[in-house]
Design a protein around this ligand. Structure first.
Ligand SMILES: [Zn+2]
Length: 107
């Protein structure tokens, strides 16, 4: 099953990144889009107690993580449960507060 997490990869040098760009930030090559596996490692996590806007207020408190995807990029995501730094995660795009957001769970 696809994670739905979209990444881009350079056709020339294979550098991979998370936010859409028109050119490779490394060599200026042509990017291609692909879906991440959803496998990642927890780099850091925090608990949000003050929501950034009204749509997230109902979720407080909730966990945010920086997840290192196995494809390379580090992305910010929601985290379902407490997890140890460096532990494996599995994630996919889910609808949270009316938006498509990557949500990771301990693997
Ligand atoms: Zn490149």
């Amino acid at each position: 099953m696809s994670s739905g997490i979209e990444l881009q990869r350079c056709r020339a040098c294979a550098k991979t990144w998370a936010f859409p760009r028109r050119r490779c930030p490394s060599c200026g090559g042509e990017p291609e889009a692909f879906r991440a596996s959803g496998r990642a490692t927890l780099f850091s996590a925090t608990v949000v107690t003050r929501a950034p806007d009204e749509t997230f207020r109902a979720l407080v408190p909730y966990r945010i993580a920086l997840a290192d995807l196995e494809e390379g990029p580090r992305i910010m995501a929601h985290l379902s449960d407490e997890a140890e730094i460096g532990s494996p995660l599995r994630g996919r795009m889910e609808r949270i507060a009316g938006r498509q957001i990557p949500l990771f769970r301990p693997a």
